[in-house]
Design a protein. Structure first.
Length: 401
């Protein structure tokens, strides 16, 4: 299987090749080595976060948990299984995040949710991201875990994703004056009443999608969301979408407790590109963002000191390990020149859009809604509008749905 977030689980469920023992051993060695080398930059927590990143990668791969493909299946085939799994993930994360966000700390660690302003800038960014993830055939975490699974095309998406997000960091002043509110968190504003309100909204959306999906799917349709659980599947895959949703929610909760904030992805891409640009002669003093505060501090330190980067490295290795366990870790060539062009354009749009929208499908949507931030709801609304446009544009690049 050329495992990307766009490929159906049915292929994964065909007769499984034998695990790639030598590659598994090498990858386990790399994971242990990675956990050791990041430790001096943040202690044991940095090492554990790297390993949690690995578990994210393994979970995403084994569950074939795609965001972009789930939205496209919803639009094109009225297949709601992937989106229903996301709603389950959001509901679980909302419940387990809430008491800790209300407390504001846990085990001596200050905690903050992924909360950002609601504004025009976010609308534009989410819309661009929605188009980009359909052209790029993946999202932020999808780019990483499919690279781990051997996709060479997603390396091109990652390249322009980083360029787009770095470009957006240099042009932030263009958008700073657009209308926006202060960050709004339901749990901080209304406590458990806000949490209950969000859960009711998620339940209502799930009920509507369930009815809509049941009417559209043929009776014999394979239900990847109900893949039977076994200890063998836990290690070698495949996982059901339900199990993947539960795993991702718990891993994001662990990230919150250890990092002090929820899971994010795209900041790592921005930082890597800035460091490469600096190596090539770019002067950070020319940028307001990179010459002070968070940007300047991140540039002055190793990438191993950056939590997002460390977890991103873990995601790639974890997905590679999952692919090797499934016996499917091979390098996959891009299917066509048109697909390459789409990947490059899609990555650029996702990178720029994520920076404008205060995050991607992970940082803004998953972690944002789990934190009961209204900007997460704004993000998914306009990302879905962009998705509709992106699906129509796929035919220009000879991409199938």
């Amino acid at each position: 299987m050329s495992h990307t977030s766009d490929l159906p689980l049915a292929k994964y469920q065909q007769a499984s090749p034998r695990p790639q023992t030598v590659i598994i051993a090498v990858l386990l060695g790399l994971i242990v080595f990675g956990a050791i080398i990041v430790s001096p930059f943040g202690g044991w927590k940095q090492s554990v976060l790297f390993l949690i990143g690995g578990l994210f990668g393994l979970s995403l791969y084994h569950a074939s948990f795609g965001f972009a493909s789930s939205y496209r299946k919803l639009f094109v085939y009225r297949d709601s299984q992937g989106v229903l799994a996301q709603i389950l993930m959001l509901a679980i994360a909302t419940l387990i995040f809430a008491p800790f966000l209300l407390a504001g700390s846990a085990f001596g660690q200050d905690l903050r949710g992924a909360v950002a302003p609601v504004g025009v800038q976010g609308i534009i960014g989410a819309f661009l991201f929605g188009i980009g993830m359909q052209l790029g055939s993946g999202c932020a975490c999808g780019t990483l875990y499919t690279i781990g699974g051997g996709s060479s095309m997603m390396l091109l998406t990652l390249l322009t994703f980083g360029l787009g997000s770095f470009w957006a960091s240099l042009t932030g002043s263009l958008w700073a004056g657009l209308p926006k509110t202060e960050p709004i968190s339901l749990v901080q504003s209304w406590g458990w009443l806000g949490v209950a309100g969000q859960l009711l909204v998620l339940a209502a959306i799930a009920a509507l999608l369930w009815q809509w999906g049941r009417k559209s799917l043929p009776p014999t349709e394979s239900k990847s969301s109900t893949q039977p659980f076994s200890l063998r599947n836990l290690l070698y895959g495949p996982w059901s979408l339900v199990f993947g949703a539960i795993a991702l929610a718990i891993l994001n909760w662990l990230t919150l407790l250890l990092a002090g904030r929820p899971w994010g992805v795209t900041w790592g891409f921005t930082l890597w590109t800035a460091k490469i640009a600096q190596t090539l002669g770019w002067n950070p003093a020319t940028s307001e963002f990179w010459s002070q505060g968070m940007g300047a501090e991140a540039l002055s330190q190793s990438v191993f000191a950056d939590i997002t980067s460390v977890m991103n490295f873990g995601i790639v290795l974890g997905a590679a390990l999952a692919a090797a366990l499934a016996g499917r870790l091979t390098v996959k060539r891009p299917p066509s020149k048109w697909a390459i062009a789409a990947a490059l354009v899609g990555g650029l749009m996702m990178g720029y859009g994520a920076r404008l929208a205060f995050g991607c499908n992970v940082g803004a949507y998953f972690s944002g809604i789990a934190s009961t931030s209204l900007h997460g709801w704004l993000w998914i609304t306009f990302a879905l509008l962009g998705t509709g446009i992106g699906i129509r544009l796929r035919s220009l690049f000879q991409l199938s749905n």
